[in-house]
Design a protein around this ligand. Structure first.
Ligand code: PLP
Length: 403
């Protein structure tokens, strides 16, 4: 008997961990060393979590053996509640906060609870592709709005407006953005809020990189700029506290919650069905949010993340026909390959060729739902020496790929 995947998965893909990664694993099994610039996972690049977080999880392990409340431990949610106050998000109570096994689980939950077949959700292009996948899995239709590389990768407001239909239910923003590194100004957030207000859209704001900011850039939460709008804000420990493997994230509901009682009931059902998030990791949240914010040592002048971002950005822009907007936040660079010099029709093939020839693993731009095969993404996590080797090999490869 043949067993097939369900129709629900027909349009679901997550190509960051797609076919090219399988080739990379095969090459590794054959004994090749692959320089991996494909996944935003800080720990393997020597970014250790703050010691106090590890110690607190170890200390609490004996008392973390049972399930917790489905929404999460009171102490963790209380710490997140305080965090919302520092971000100027008003009127968030303990009951408005849900903990999850990473932001990933909560993104899927938020979409499963919201969408009926055919409902449309506006998602940025490029995006972090889990958003698109979660909408498709939930029976919805992802509708991508363009972000404009010429304008620091800011959302194209006119493009958003042109894509709103009577089926549009929600607007997703990823700020700071993966993969572009854009961080939105208050003015941009206000323009997005005006659209949501006009068309009665739920806003889902993925702010997982809100502490990874460069060059004095400040981050404002969408929910703080538009407290009159119903908003779900997503954040977690994976990036800013370098514990991606702990799978610890949260979701905050803010704004006029009385207009969303039924949706909130749905979220509660979904949260109950998975019983609770990993409990030992929930213990990390209070310590992380209340403790020493060691991420600052990495992003301020002299910090490793800042130096690596600068080095990668300069080296990429030195390659003929490659241009890259300087990321203001997050852990990625999303360079453009001039199509006149590099007439690429299939960027997944280009990335595979790069892997096979130079043993460098990056992700093709179309994996982020970017509509043209002229970008790729690298992470700025490797040490400067490794970045130099990797980008040197990318330059070498591109030289051979030239028209
Ligand atoms: N949102 C964005 C924008 C991300 O880049 C990632 C991970 O790369 C996630 C969410 C998922 O994070 P988590 O580890 O909390 O599931």
């Amino acid at each position: 008997m043949q067993v097939s995947k369900s129709n629900k998965l027909a349009n679901v893909c997550y190509d960051i961990r797609g076919p090219v990664l399988r080739h990379a694993k095969r090459l590794e099994e054959e004994g090749h060393r692959i320089l991996k610039l494909n996944i935003g996972n800080p720990a393997p690049f020597g970014f250790e979590a703050p010691e106090e977080i590890l110690q607190d999880v170890i200390h609490n392990l004996p008392t973390a053996q049972g399930y917790s409340d489905s929404k999460g431990l009171f102490s963790a949610r209380k710490a997140i509640m305080h965090y919302t106050q520092t971000k100027n998000i008003p009127n968030v109570g303990i009951e408005d906060i849900y903990l999850g096994n990473g932001v990933s689980e909560l993104i899927v939950m938020a979409m499963q609870g919201l969408l009926n077949n055919g409902d449309e959700v506006l998602i940025p292009a490029p995006d972090y592709p889990l958003w698109t996948a979660a909408v498709s899995l939930s029976g919805g239709k992802p509708v991508h709005y363009l972000c404009d590389e010429q304008s620091d990768w800011y959302p194209d407001i006119e493009d958003i407006r042109s894509k709103i239909t009577s089926n549009t239910r929600a607007l997703v923003l990823i700020n700071p953005n993966n993969p572009t590194g854009a961080v939105y100004s208050r003015d941009m957030l206000e323009q997005l809020a005006a659209i949501a207000r006009e068309h009665n859209l739920l806003v889902l704001a993925d702010e997982i990189y809100d502490k990874i900011l460069y060059d004095g850039t400040e981050h404002e939460s969408f929910a703080a700029v538009a407290p009159d709008l119903l908003c779900l804000t997503f954040n977690g420990l994976s990036k800013s506290y370098r514990v991606a493997g702990f799978r610890s994230g949260w979701m905050i509901i803010s704004g006029p919650k009385h207009k969303a009682q039924s949706y909130i009931e749905g979220i509660d059902i979904l949260a109950s069905m998975r019983l609770c998030a990993n409990v030992p990791s929930q213990h990390a949240i209070q310590t992380a949010l209340g403790g020493y914010q060691s991420i600052n040592d990495l992003i301020l002048p002299g910090g490793r993340l800042l130096e690596q971002r600068d080095a990668a950005w300069e080296m990429l822009n030195d390659i003929p026909g490659v241009s890259c907007t300087k990321p203001k936040g997050a852990l990625y660079l999303f360079p453009r390959l001039d199509p006149k010099m590099y007439p690429i029709h299939n960027d997944e093939k280009m990335v595979l060729d790069l892997l096979l020839q130079e043993k460098i693993l990056v992700v093709q731009g179309t994996a982020f739902n970017w509509p043209w095969p002229d970008h790729f993404r690298i992470v700025s996590l490797p040490r400067k020496d490794d970045l130099e080797v990797a980008i040197g090999r990318i330059a070498n490869f591109l030289h051979g790929y030239r028209q």
